[in-house]
Design a protein around this ligand. Sequence first.
Ligand SMILES: NC(=O)c1ccc[n+]([C@@H]2O[C@H](COP(=O)([O-])OP(=O)(O)OC[C@H]3O[C@@H](n4cnc5c(N)ncnc54)[C@H](OP(=O)(O)O)[C@@H]3O)[C@@H](O)[C@H]2O)c1
Length: 306
Amino acid sequence: MKYIQIAGTDLQVSNIVMGNMRLKQLSLSEAETLIRTAMEEKINFFDHADIYGGGECESYFSEAIGMNASLREQMILQSKCGIRKGFFDFSKEHIIASTEGILKRLNTDYLDILLLHRPDALVEPEEVAEAFDELEKSGKVRHFGVSNHTPMQTELLQKHLSQKLIVNQLQFSIAHTPMIDSGIAFNMNVDQSVNRDSGILDYCRLNGITVQAWSPFQKGFFNGPFLGDLEEYAELNKLIDSLADKYNVANTAIAVAWITRHPANIQVVTGTMNLGRLKDCCQGSDIPLTREEWYGIYKAAGNILP
Ligand SMILES: NC(=O)c1ccc[n+]([C@@H]2O[C@H](COP(=O)([O-])OP(=O)(O)OC[C@H]3O[C@@H](n4cnc5c(N)ncnc54)[C@H](OP(=O)(O)O)[C@@H]3O)[C@@H](O)[C@H]2O)c1
């Protein structure tokens, strides 16, 4: 397992993250086995959100593992707030109330990282700053970040915060690549050159913000995995399978490696609830795909290389 340092912190984090959005699919004992397996595979980073399973995934996680002080110290716990039923809410009141709920459900005194989940168009950055100061001073949250935020939204927040935003969690997979598309097809008269994300990857690299890739196996917006989809992604699957043979790993590991190979040190937030697949993901933590292989995968997913 490869570990990376999150800039501006003392956090040494695994580049594979266990995402807990689907944890309630499992029985409690299956959930315990999955979490323990993740730890045995040297994953030390666990991603949550106050809305996963309506909040139930967080309590399920702590119940399944039997959260205690010693276990807590072996984990880096991240959660998110700001999405409510039918609207977004970055008010001071909601950020603080949500965080208190998260801590209670995870059965811990502190979060390592709190993310603002999706941009709130009505954000008042001064209020967010007050909430973060209070959470930091009380020791309830060590670090802060965002998810699905543009560079300018991040700048606006950062201008008012006394803490550095250290993470931006964004959708990224072989079959979902707006973060790199327009850069590769820059200045061309093709759809791929349309800049849909305002240069977020370069912005994060320039500012020492760690990017976390959510839904690393999905195509579209929760449209199912591209691995094994021989209708839409036949060429891609063929290439992935041949690389899996070459590196003697599962196809899942190659899908992970395509992300971890990027020099931005992106963390891969996997959502699998399948024990075997979780182990396969970990194999992809540090596979040295060549440039030719990396670009070959990008092209086989249906993109152009000018
Ligand atoms: N910040 C955000 O806005 C945001 C949004 C969504 C998710 N997230 C985070 O990202 C994590 C991952 O999200 P996700 O679960 O959507 O992403 P994912 O890991 O890309 O997808 C997982 C789903 O794909 C299935 N799958 C993966 N590989 C497969 C294969 N080879 N064949 C068949 N099925 C396969 C899994 O089934 P199995 O369980 O059977 O393997 C599972 O249902 C979440 O847990 C959450 O922590 C964040």
